[in-house]
Design a protein around this ligand. Structure first.
Ligand code: P71
Length: 459
């Protein structure tokens, strides 16, 4: 197994606490069997998200001290703008405090009611921003993405036949832009190939439809291209990134992922008129154009983080750490989504807990068991997150997949932590029939998984 060791050493430590099983029983009881309600300091290994949870480098921390908090024209903005332009190549760089604001600004400015935004798979906040602005968010990823057992090197690819059919049926005026999420988070952190990006670009060019990237995990996507796509083995990551974005008209980015920071984001784009419109709205809802929603020091940390994330030793370690956790689980027969993506492992809860019917939330039951047994926090991506009542029949509708996502924060946990996670899950798998299903006792009308309360079903 390719097991590159950490390309960093530890200068500052943050203690994490082991709780007793008794404590965890009480905590999960009080939390209504919902891990969102557990105080973070009672978690041993927190795999809830890889977003905003990165460890910054000494270089980034040093950058914070150089924060220029001038309202207008902060020197950190110019550094940020130059760095983003250097990597992404876009003419206009509009800072925002996180990704969803970039999406909000883009779609509230450009989308007209009844228009369609295709994507490989929209992330939740992208979909919500499209729909809130009266648009329709369509997922056009290749069919292979929906088979959790199928090994495919670029499961995030856009299905070009579906896209062309859509454009022909709807006409190009109903599609103000096409998005591509790299890597495709909602499909398991799967990469998109350069060939697919190029072909999508060529197709859209014929119809004069702009292409935008949701670039949150762009560096991880570049690493997969380097590893898996013919002709890229000897190219530096930055060059691969440059090629990707040269095919686009713009991007939205949550720097909380591959920006290696705890808060930050931006829009990059080439269209002067659109940039001006977005900037006017930015001033209304986020801030002056040279800071968006960020402090000067935050922009400095993003600039430095974006340079560090291109480092190949870092990316090799990062991608391997996630992959090796997957391998340790797979070797023990634990059912996971394959191939392993860039930022997370997904446990297949239906196969893990075949004795729990879907209406008893097997993925949530597994999430709860993981905390109770090992103090590990994951997130349910299944019936609790996506299930709903059909408005016409009143019947429960459940999603195809019941998954538990273990998202790995960047540069935070050591290999030994990953061994702990793998061993804990393997132990749980061996005793899986002891895990019981759950029943909802409280739910809110929207985004119920954040606040839901559940109880164990007896027997
Ligand atoms: C993740 C997140 C963070 C998250 C956001 C909302 C609910 C639960 C968790 C955020 C993304 C993302 C992609 C592809 C845009 C955003 C929003 N992901 N696009 O996976 O993955 O960025 O959080 O900075 O607003 O845990 P933002």
């Amino acid at each position: 197994m390719d097991f590159p060791s950490e390309p960093f050493r530890i200068k500052v430590v943050e203690p994490i606490r082991r709780t007793t099983r008794e404590e965890r029983e009480k905590l999960i009881q009080n939390a209504g069997n919902n891990v969102f309600n557990i105080p973070a300091d009672a978690i041993y290994v927190d795999l809830l998200t890889d977003s905003g949870t990165s460890a910054m480098s000494d270089n980034q921390w040093a950058g914070l001290m150089l924060g220029d908090e001038s309202y207008a024209g902060s020197k950190n903005y110019y550094h940020f703008e130059a760095t983003v332009r250097d990597i992404f190549g876009f003419e206009h760089i509009i800072p925002t405090h996180q990704g969803r604001v970039a999406e909000n600004l883009l779609f509230s400015t450009l989308l007209e009611k009844g228009q369609i935004i295709p994507n490989n798979i929209h992330f939740d906040t992208t979909r919500a921003n499209v729909e809130y602005n009266g648009g329709q968010a369509l997922d056009l990823v290749i069919d292979e993405a929906y088979d959790p057992h199928l090994e495919h090197p670029f499961k995030g690819n856009m299905d070009l036949n579906k896209l062309e059919r859509l454009i022909k049926n709807q006409g190009r005026h109903r599609i103000p832009l096409v998005m591509m999420t790299i890597t495709n988070n909602s499909g398991g952190g799967q990469p998109v190939s350069m060939q697919n990006i190029r072909e999508t670009r060529q197709l859209l060019k014929q119809y004069e439809i702009p292409l935008f990237f949701d670039a949150c995990r762009f560096a991880e996507n570049c690493y997969f291209i380097k590893e898996r796509e013919e002709g890229y083995q000897d190219k530096p990551i930055k060059e691969i990134a440059g090629e990707i974005f040269s095919h686009g008209d713009g991007c939205t980015m949550s720097a909380k992922k591959d920006g290696l920071v705890n808060m930050g984001g931006f829009i990059g784009l080439n269209d002067d008129a659109l940039s001006e419109q977005i900037t006017n709205r930015l001033i209304l809802i986020e801030g002056f154009p040279t800071y968006g929603g960020m402090a000067g020091r935050d922009m400095e940390a993003v600039s430095r983080g974006l340079q560090e994330v291109l480092n190949e030793d870092y990316l090799r370690f990062r991608i391997s750490q996630v992959r090796n956790l997957g391998k340790m689980l797979d070797d023990q027969g634990v059912p996971i989504l394959k191939p392993v993506g860039g930022h997370a492992i997904y446990l297949n809860a239906r196969e893990f807990l075949p004795h729990i019917p879907q209406h008893q939330f097997p993925a949530q039951a597994l999430t709860v068991a993981l905390f109770r047994e090992a103090g590990i926090r994951a997130v349910e991506i299944g019936g609790l997150m996506f299930g709903h009542k059909d408005p016409e029949t009143g019947e429960d509708v459940f999603p195809e997949l019941e998954m538990v996502r273990l998202a790995i924060p960047r540069r935070v946990y050591t290999t030994q932590h990953m061994v702990y996670v793998a061993e804990s899950i393997t132990k749980l798998y061996k005793e899986r029939e002891k895990i019981k299903g759950l029943r909802l006792v409280h739910e809110s009308p929207v985004l119920r998984h954040f606040t839901a309360r559940l109880e164990e079903v007896e027997g």
